[in-house]
Each structure stands twice: as C-alpha cells, then as structure tokens.
Design a protein around this ligand. Structure first.
Ligand SMILES: NC(=O)c1ccc[n+]([C@@H]2O[C@H](COP(=O)([O-])OP(=O)(O)OC[C@H]3O[C@@H](n4cnc5c(N)ncnc54)[C@H](O)[C@@H]3O)[C@@H](O)[C@H]2O)c1
Ligand SMILES: NC(=O)c1ccc[n+]([C@@H]2O[C@H](COP(=O)([O-])OP(=O)(O)OC[C@H]3O[C@@H](n4cnc5c(N)ncnc54)[C@H](O)[C@@H]3O)[C@@H](O)[C@H]2O)c1
Lengths: 212, 212
C-alpha cells in the first residue's frame, strides 16, 4: 500500500521524467530531481524505493527505465476514457483542451441538463469532435462505453445530486471541480481540484521572495 | 528561507484549518491533521516548526491561533487584486467563480485581444460585475490599479508574447494555465497549473485501490 502523499507525487515525477526523456537525458540522480521539482531529495529516494526503483550509487537512475516503470504504475498503458458532466465554461475549456499533453486520458463525451448545450460543436486538440448528450442519458451512455471516470463541472447547487446519479450509473472515480465536498460510498474515489491553491502559493512567493 | 515544498503545502493547511475553525473545533494534533489531509505526521510537525508554531505535548495545536498565524504567513490580511488575461472559456469560469472561497483574492478585471469580449457581462459570485478591457490597455490599467498578479488563460501560441507584455507592465506573479513553460526574468514568479495532475492520481487510485 503506497502512502497517499507518495501517490500524489507520482504524476509530477512522471511529467518531469517525460520532459527529460524528450530532451534525450539518459541518467539523473535524486538531488537533481529534487532541485528541479522541489521535493526534498530524501523524499524522492523514499518514494522511489516504494516502487522498488533503486538507483545505483554514483550512477543515479536510468530515465527511460524509470519512465516505463512509472507509466505502468500510473497505468499509462491503457487509454482511460472520461466523461465531463456540466458543459459550461469550465467543462468546455477541459473538453477543448482534452488533456492533450497526457497520452492516456481522453474526454470522449459530455453531459448537460440544458438541451441547448447538445448543439455545441466541440472539437478537441486532436481535431476530434466530442459529442454532448442530455444528462438523462448518463447511465446508458456510461455503461455502453465502459466509462468509469467522470469530471464534475456543474454548479455548486447541482453537485451532490449529479454525484448521486454518477454513483448510481456505476462511476468509480470523480474529478470534482465544484467547491463543495461531495459524499460518495467508499467504493468510489473523489479527487478535488482547487484552482486557488496555486494562487495562494504564488502570492506567498511574490510577497516573501522578492527575487528568487 | 522556507523550503518550497513546505510553502506549497501552506494553502492546504490554511484551507483545512479554516474548515475546522468554521466547525468550532478548538484543538487538533499533528496526527489528526495528517489523517485528514494525508501528509505524514512528521512532515506536518516539521512544517509547523519552520513557522515557529509549536504544539504543546498532550494538547496539540490551538486551531484559531494556528489559523491567524497562517493567515499572516499567507498574507491573507491584505486583499490581492488580480487580473485575468484571456477571457475565453477558462478565463470566464475563473472570473465568474472569482476565488469566492478565499477571502483575500479578488479578480478585478479581465483583458482580451478580441474586441467582442469587452461586451461580455461577467458577474462574480459576490454579485459584482467584472469589466473586460482590450489587451492594449494592459500596462495602463495594471499600473493605475496597482495590480501585480495576473492569471494567464490565453491560447498556447499567444502565451509567451502576452507574458512579455505582462512583464513589461511590471507584473510580479503569473498563474500560468497555458500548457507551455513561459520564460520570465528572475524577479517575476510563475506558478504553473496543470489540471491533469489530479486526474492521473485519480486514475491511479481507481485502478489500484478498489475499495479504500
Ligand atoms: N475549483 C475551482 O477553483 C473552480 C474554478 C472555476 C469554476 N469552478 C466550479 O466549476 C463549476 C462549473 O463552473 P462554470 O463556470 O463552468 O459554470 P457554468 O454555469 O458555466 O456551467 C455549468 C454547467 O452545468 C450545467 N448543469 C447545471 N445543472 C446540471 C445538472 N443537474 N446536470 C448536468 N448539468 C448541469 C449547466 O447547464 C451549465 O452548462 C462550478 O461548480 C464552479 O464553482 C471551480
Ligand atoms: N492547464 C490545464 O490543464 C488546462 C485546461 C484547460 C485549458 N488550458 C489552457 O488554458 C488556455 C485557455 O483555454 P480556453 O479553453 O479558455 O481557450 P479559449 O480559446 O476559449 O480562450 C482564449 C482567449 O484568449 C484570447 N486571446 C488570444 N490571444 C490573445 C492575446 N494575444 N492577448 C489577449 N488575449 C488573447 C482569445 O481571444 C480568447 O478569448 C489555453 O492555453 C489552454 O491550453 C489548460
């Protein structure tokens, strides 16, 4: 069982290692990783040891070996089809940009309670058009397409009701952008996204580190 | 000098402590904090000791004392006026939701290169209307309103050019939503936001922890 804090760092390691790999860098040690992504070097070493990825003294880690290792751990190998529920400003921004920097995630459809939204022509960065359905078709479409992960971008007052519909439709994971804590059974996983966390950190740095 | 990893956890501590305070909880110890926000208890104690906030053995930490302490550290006391550049889907979603859960941040204006965007009537959650100006007025309006922090929500191909305009206009911090790494002088701070990091972690949990 990997500690949650370690699991949350995983995508950041994966993202960083893929940029190294793209740049043709073959080897890296934990203090270089620590310097670049600002986790303590001891944390990096401890995290990597959970995954059994051990560096060689004096050599460090092999980048492409680590990358293929992490991509398995992060299940990059299979394509994860995802649905967006709430095709408003935020929903459309996500559907247009469709996680294009991540090869294993694709938003394949959207749902909305407003019939007018079904006529929106959304084309993602790969040039593929993404259909929008009425939310009453949620259970049937999620089943038919074997979709187990949804992004929640509905207004605050609809968030819990829509969550209950998603749970009833067999969803396993929800990326929650609404500002409330949604309640789900223990078999469903929720990851909250708070766009303000980055802003607080930014303000803190601007105020305290005039010139880093 | 506080380590960057500690500074990035600050807003999460602050957010969590404010929900405790709202719920009338007076005391908390590091392992309860660790359980709730899933950082290791040793990390919590170490972080708090950087700020000189020391718990009393057997008593733990006083929630309201910690909260007022953190709010100073995070400079919650002064209102930070922020501008959005790029009033498209993502920019509008941010301007409408205007960090309403955070008392010290307010988006006060938006800028766009498209003249049509100036007629958009954007009202935030506090019922205040947020004006949109043409991007050629950027330097003049930022100076007049003493705005030193901007949110970048323009398309990838315009990101660096707009960044250069912001730097020339005296901006000190940029919350970057565009997918590219923007280049700035060392006196300007950039915090990148990647909405996909949460999704990778979610998928990892759904695949590996069927029932947590
Ligand atoms: N986490 C953050 O920092 C952050 C930032 C911006 C927005 N948000 C949140 O994201 C959510 C969406 O914001 P937005 O600006 O895109 O809002 P929006 O009003 O533009 O879009 C919401 C959409 O949800 C649809 N909808 C309403 N009820 C529904 C239901 N029962 N079933 C299906 N669809 C339904 C609406 O028709 C609309 O299209 C809000 O909850 C907002 O608070 C969070
Ligand atoms: N980080 C993530 O995970 C994530 C998720 C969604 C969107 N995005 C990014 O956010 C950005 C905005 O996405 P969107 O869906 O809102 O795009 P959009 O096309 O809806 O909006 C972009 C806006 O920028 C304006 N603009 C273009 N050039 C400009 C310039 N030179 N000066 C000022 N304004 C200019 C356009 O007129 C438009 O209103 C994109 O870079 C996108 O890749 C990132």
């Amino acid at each position: 069982q990997i500690p949650r804090a370690t699991a949350q760092r995983l995508p950041i390691y994966y993202y960083y290692l893929s940029t190294l790999n793209d740049a043709g860098i073959k080897r890296i040690n934990s203090s270089e990783i620590s310097e670049a992504i600002k986790f303590d070097a001891a944390t990096v070493r401890r995290d990597f040891s959970y995954f059994g990825a051990l560096g060689k003294r004096g050599f460090g880690y092999d980048v492409s070996a680590l990358l293929s290792f992490f991509s398995k751990v992060l299940s990059q190998d299979k394509l994860n089809k995802v649905a967006v529920v709430g095709v408003g400003n935020l929903g459309q921004a996500l559907m247009k940009n469709n996680f294009s920097h991540t090869s294993n995630i694709e938003i394949v459809m959207g749902f909305d309670a407003d019939d007018d939204k079904r006529s929106i022509k959304l084309v993602n960065e790969m040039g593929k058009s993404v259909p929008v359905y009425h939310v009453k078709e949620l259970a049937e479409r999620l089943h038919a397409n074997n979709i187990t992960i949804a992004i929640l971008t509905v207004p605050e007052k609809a968030a819990q009701e829509v969550t209950d519909q998603l749970v009833a439709a067999g969803i396993k994971g929800i990326l929650n952008f609404s500002p409330i804590r949604i309640t789900v059974p223990s078999s469903v996983r929720v990851q909250n996204v708070d766009l303000t966390t980055g802003m607080q950190t930014l303000i803190y740095f601007v105020d305290n580190f005039k010139n880093i």
